[in-house]
Design a protein around this ligand. Structure first.
Ligand SMILES: [Fe+2]
Length: 593
């Protein structure tokens, strides 16, 4: 049985395909379209999934789309009556989206041309947005029974959903409706702090450790915790949006409306313009927003834990991308085990809608947990060689043993390496398949990367990939974190040895690299460990102001327009300078970050 899952007409549109409940492929449409967060009909991703499964559209048994325009119909009518002007526009924009969703069969027919619309219509299942998030976490988890939480900006008129997953069923216990939203709260302050783009929230999270949470008590007027374990926003602090919180331009790029009201600007501003310097007040506000968001997540989870009595929890949704909060869950709630999927944000809706259909709707037996994010594009050495030759690019094809030695040596000698290996990741993090790597011991690694490749805000940290066997040696917690979804404190005695991946507060957003799921990446880090004693590499996504590279063409283009030292495309190595001519002097640790 083949199930195709979709996130369509929504930011981070994507497709995923399952055969008899086993994930075959999943990918974001942005990787093909080369436009970040691309939000239309994911035809390229669908065609990729069908190719990977080796089938045609006619052979797909079920199509699951993570969107149900009928969801919360009466709540929407209530909203319309309460806020007639704003409400009408919001509902109209949602109706437009509903029309798009119901025109899905036409899109498929246009794309494929062989399957009649009526036949496609019969295959379609509409799965509500938050149930899709919940399914993307619970049905991919190793847990037979767990509490579940979905939390984001909004989807299908809901912003937060809590429940229980047991076997192949999910039961919803509670939800919070639009416009009361932790995502909207965080985004409004992200905008106030001068980061206006869709997806900029992680910059506030990165800035927070430089400030003190001095404004938390003031924020309690804005984000109000309720004794029943839920919350609401004080809407005086938010601007009512006429066209919807997130709209899409003709190029399918998500645009976020200005969400903060004059009152918020007066009490928490002045509003920072994009390129103005960041002051201590900005940093303190970021720290405060992050702190109260963490508290709110613990408030939701602690009530959920007490209500269900369960010790395991699965979490998804845009707010579940807050890796700092995620890393504190087991220390601040009654939950002892946490599962968060690699695509916890809206791209994961495709996977979740398919999993919901397979497990919950069709009542099939659960399948093994998903620990691999490597479900995207792949290229053989032969294809890569043919491409490099066609471009006249000099390269060396190396056997595995030589390859790991050669790359590790380059990293030890101040090299910045583009590492393209195996299937691309599904989700926002590069996890050693489409990554740029560097030596984490260097004090100047950040400068090196910024000079050679990425011009980004100096406060943003780089992340460590660590062999899973060594996590407890370097971190204060040892929880499985294969998707870089959690931030943990780095042991104090280790911080000075890996300054390039130690954030201002002594934490690191780690990826624990599993030999079973990422054998080649694991072996590269092990080779580096044998040379240096450090089982860690600095890992940042392979891109430069664009979606993560997907193909050898994009990897080579990125390599050529930056000053990266080495490009590794599977076993083919392209280099700028031999190791012995490396110009950068070695600067090693010893200074506390
Ligand atoms: Fe969502």
């Amino acid at each position: 049985m083949y199930i195709l899952g979709l996130n369509a007409y929504h930011a981070d549109s994507s497709a995923a395909i399952f055969k008899d409940g086993i994930l075959i492929a999943a990918t974001e449409e942005e990787r093909f379209r080369r436009v970040k967060h691309w939000a239309g009909f994911p035809s390229e991703a669908i065609q990729f999934c069908l190719r990977e499964a080796g089938i045609t559209l006619a052979e797909v048994d079920h199509i699951a789309i993570g969107r149900d325009p009928k969801a919360k119909f009466w709540k929407k009518i209530g909203f319309l009556l309460r806020y007639p002007t704003v409400g009408l526009d919001t509902v109209l924009s949602r109706l437009k989206n509903a029309q798009q969703v119901s025109a899905l069969e036409r899109e498929f027919a246009n794309m494929d041309g062989t399957v009649p619309e009526a036949e496609i219509r019969r295959k379609i299942h509409q799965v509500e947005h938050h149930r899709s998030h919940l399914a993307s976490a619970f049905f991919a988890s190793p847990f037979e029974e767990a509490a579940v939480l979905s939390i984001d900006g909004s989807g299908d008129f809901t912003t937060t959903m809590l429940g229980v997953g047991k076997g192949n069923q999910i039961t919803v216990l509670d939800s919070v409706d639009f416009p009361h939203s932790v995502g909207i709260f965080y985004t409004a302050f992200t905008q106030l702090l001068g980061f206006p783009h869709y997806g900029d929230e992680y910059k506030v999270m990165g800035l927070a450790p430089y400030g003190q949470p001095t404004r938390v008590e003031d924020l309690r007027k804005v984000l109000v915790f309720k004794p029943n374990g839920l919350f609401e926003l004080n809407l005086d602090y938010f601007r009512a949006t006429k066209s919807g919180v997130v709209t899409y331009d003709s190029d399918h790029v998500p645009q976020v409306a200005t969400l903060f009201s004059d009152k918020m600007a007066r009490e928490f501003g002045p509003v920072r313009q994009k390129d103005e310097p960041l002051t201590q007040a900005h940093k303190d506000l970021a720290a405060s927003v992050q702190r109260i968001t963490e508290e709110l997540i613990f408030h939701l989870l602690n009530h959920l834990q007490q209500r269900t009595g369960l010790k395991k929890v699965c979490i998804a949704g845009g707010v579940a991308q807050n890796s700092v909060a995620n890393g504190k869950i087991t220390r601040n709630t009654g939950f002892t085990e946490v599962y968060i999927p690699s695509a916890g944000h809206d791209a994961g809706i495709s996977m979740g809608a398919a999993l919901y259909t397979y497990n919950h709707t069709l009542k099939q037996d659960r399948k093994p947990a998903i620990w691999s994010a490597y479900t995207g594009s792949r290229y053989s050495n032969e294809t890569i060689e043919a491409y490099l030759k066609s471009q006249g690019i000099a390269y060396q094809r190396m056997e595995d043993d030589q390859l790991y030695e050669h790359v590790a040596n380059r990293l030890v000698n101040a090299g910045v390496v583009g590492w393209f290996s195996g299937r691309a990741e599904f989700g926002p993090r590069a996890l050693g398949a489409r990554s740029i790597l560097a030596d984490p011991r260097r004090n100047d690694a950040k400068d090196l990367l910024n000079a050679k490749i990425k011009r980004r805000e100096s406060f943003r940290p780089f992340a460590p990939s660590i062999l899973s066997e060594y996590v407890s040696e370097y971190f204060e917690l040892d929880e499985l974190t294969p998707f870089m979804e959690r931030v943990f404190p780095i042991r104090e005695e280790k911080r000075a040895s890996i300054p390039a991946v130690t954030h201002a507060d002594g934490s690191g957003r780690l990826q624990s690299v599993l030999q079973s799921e990422a054998p080649r990446y694991h072996r590269l880090i092990e080779t580096f460990r044998q040379k240096t004693g450090v089982p860690i590499l600095l890992n940042t996504s392979f891109n430069e102001n664009e979606p993560i590279v997907n193909s050898p063409e994009e990897a080579l283009a990125c390599y050529l327009r930056t000053s990266m030292d080495m490009l590794v495309l599977e076993n083919c190595v392209v280099e700028r300078l031999p190791v012995e001519k490396s110009p950068a002097p070695l600067k090693f640790a010893g200074v506390k970050p």
